[in-house]
Design a protein around this ligand. Structure first.
Ligand code: SAM
Length: 214
């Protein structure tokens, strides 16, 4: 998802209190950003932020950080948060390429990582850019607590198969998976739909989900 040329988006983002503008400076100090020591859950590639904003509203005792690469997309999430009567205090946004995620979190600082409908990067030569590749799992390994886990949803079967195949070589463990989340009574419990999930499931596409840990 990339919305092009949203006029003034960089300026609007710069003035927004929900955005952490110097995430590298918060490395190891995210509890200070939130003013408490609650667990930190992050979504990488959060898009317009529906999923993470809803989770933040449901779980006030968990801190949430949404990471998005493009200003033109992030600004849509900010518009939604600003429009809420009581925006959640346990939510922050960062505009950053997740390639650099180890620069913004210290070792074991993150409790859970969500990846939702990540870009498929279909060409083989771009496989390392996929957010579920062994390259990215190696990055998550550094920032995630030992007992932490990664949750991934997609409707893209090729990307899902690729992701399943990355788990073992990365030294991770496959805790659970389904090729049809919305018909899986256990894994679908408490499921919060993302924007893409709503769109693709309304078109009849089954949603796949996996959960991995070390
Ligand atoms: N997670 C949302 C959902 O499920 O509705 C959005 C899915 S959209 C297909 C993927 C999003 O991930 C886009 O907004 C894209 O800009 C963002 N993204 C892709 N690669 C990224 C990266 N390396 N770092 C941060 N964000 C990234």
């Amino acid at each position: 998802m990339r919305l092009r040329n949203v006029k003034g988006s960089r300026e609007t983002i710069a003035a927004n209190d929900y955005v952490v503008h110097t995430p590298e400076e918060q490395k190891g100090k995210w509890s200070e950003v939130f003013g408490n020591k609650n667990p930190i859950h992050i979504e990488v590639g959060m898009g317009k932020g529906k999923f993470i904003t809803e989770l933040a509203r449901q779980n006030p005792d968990i801190n949430y950080v949404g990471i998005e690469k493009y200003s033109s997309v992030l600004i849509r999430a900010l518009e939604k948060t600003d429009a809420l009567e009581t925006p959640p205090e346990n939510l922050r946004f960062v505009r950053m390429d997740a390639e650099n995620i180890c620069n913004m979190f210290a070792e074991h600082e993150v409790d859970r990582i969500y990846l939702n409908f990540s870009d498929p990067w279909p060409k083989d030569r771009h496989a390392k850019r996929r957010l579920t590749s062994t390259t990215y799992l190696g990055r998550y390994d550094k920032i995630l607590k030992p007992e932490g886990h990664v949750e991934f949803k997609t409707d893209n079967k090729d990307l899902f198969q690729f992701s399943l195949e990355q788990v073992e070589p990365a030294g991770w463990h496959l805790d659970a998976f389904t090729w049809d989340l919305h018909h899986d009574e256990t894994l679908n419990q408490g499921n919060v739909m993302t924007e893409y999930e709503q769109k693709f499931s309304s078109m009849g596409n089954p949603i796949c989900k996996l959960i991995v840990s070390r």
